[in-house]
Design a protein around this ligand. Structure first.
Ligand SMILES: Nc1ncnc2c1ncn2[C@@H]1O[C@H](COP(=O)(O)OP(=O)(O)O)[C@@H](O)[C@H]1O
Ligand SMILES: [Mg+2]
Length: 299
């Protein structure tokens, strides 16, 4: 298998406001503080793969605003190849996260440049897709581009990993063309139309889903762990018991790590075991990209 990864997806500038409570209509509330970070599911997953020393390309778009260079430079600092990130006029993708003291989170997302990714961007990436063993996609770029990218990545010989997040309606053929589908429990409920409230239920639903779409599937279940379906075998991989501090990017860390392991020739279930360790480290530190472990951290 080719030893590189290509991620086609989103880059977001995340603003996290720490607030004591939600403001009332017409009120200007003073926040307790704010943090600014590079995010977006695509960039996060690329950063995790690159931190594990897998040569990783990011394909996507940023805007021409002040955060654009920050997003590109941050990915680059973590070792991601940024040659296929294109600048388009206007705003970069953005996330505004209101983190209330009681632990609840109210978030808004600005699509911005992420929705300017075109078929031509995917075509331009064909040479790197041909060098890649895995292509990772998520639902933060237009659906028609996801569908096109799945076809092109398959044509280039990649194993296609689709993180169907956030949950949106996707053409059934998209789901059946991907090799590995990864969703968390909330997204799994959306696609299965069933409540996933136990590991047993996750096992029942993952089997139905994998058989329906004829692919391999991972359901991540937060602090409980994950259930994986690999060619007819279903396994529960419990999470590590750790004192989680901040879980943003847990799933992205997991997906970057699974993809890294697949490149290394591991089975999907082995890859999930490795990803469990990586994401356990990620949740014990603040932020998404800065908290993701390197290969040395995991060992
Ligand atoms: N509190 C936690 N303690 C240990 N591991 C965790 C914790 N939260 C998440 N993880 C690990 O990260 C993986 C992905 O987390 P999850 O919350 O399911 O994804 P997402 O971030 O997409 O919602 C889990 O399968 C688990 O292995
Ligand atoms: Mg979660």
């Amino acid at each position: 298998m080719n030893k590189k990864i290509t991620v086609i997806g989103s880059l977001n500038y995340d603003v996290i406001l720490k607030i004591p409570r939600l403001p009332f209509k017409g009120e200007t509330l003073t926040a307790n503080g704010a943090t600014f970070s590079a995010g977006g599911k695509g960039a996060n997953q690329a950063v995790q793969a690159a931190k594990l020393k897998t040569p990783t390309y990011m394909v996507g778009c940023v805007g021409t605003d002040a955060s654009a260079d920050f997003l590109v430079n941050t990915a680059k600092e973590y070792g991601v190849n940024v040659d296929y990130i294109r600048k388009v006029p206007g705003s970069s993708g953005m996330g505004v996260i209101n983190a209330v003291e009681d632990g609840s989170v109210y978030a808004c997302i600005v699509r911005g440049a992420n929705f300017e990714v075109t078929k031509e961007d995917v075509d331009n990436a064909m040479p790197i897709l041909k060098e890649s063993g895995v292509c990772i996609l998520q639902n933060e770029i237009p659906v028609e581009i996801i569908a096109y990218a799945i076809d092109k990545a398959k044509e280039a010989g990649c194993t296609v990993v689709l993180n169907a997040a956030p949950a949106i309606e996707l053409p059934e053929e998209c789901l059946s063309k991907v090799d590995i589908l990864v969703v968390n429990e909330v997204e799994a409920e959306f696609y299965c139309h069933e409540k996933i409230d136990s590991v047993e239920k996750a096992k029942t639903e993952i089997k139905k889903m994998a058989e329906k779409y004829n692919n391999n599937v991972i359901f991540t279940l937060g602090k409980d762990g994950a259930v994986a379906y690999e060619n007819g075998t279903i396994e529960f991989i419990p999470a590590m018991k750790v004192d989680a501090i901040e879980t943003t990017g847990a799933g992205d860390s997991y997906i970057g790590a699974v993809s890294h392991s697949i490149i290394e020739g591991k089975s999907l279930i082995e890859a999930c075991k490795f990803a469990t360790k990586c994401s356990a480290i990620t949740v014990c530190r603040m932020g998404a990209q800065p908290s993701m472990p390197t290969l040395e951290d995991v060992e």
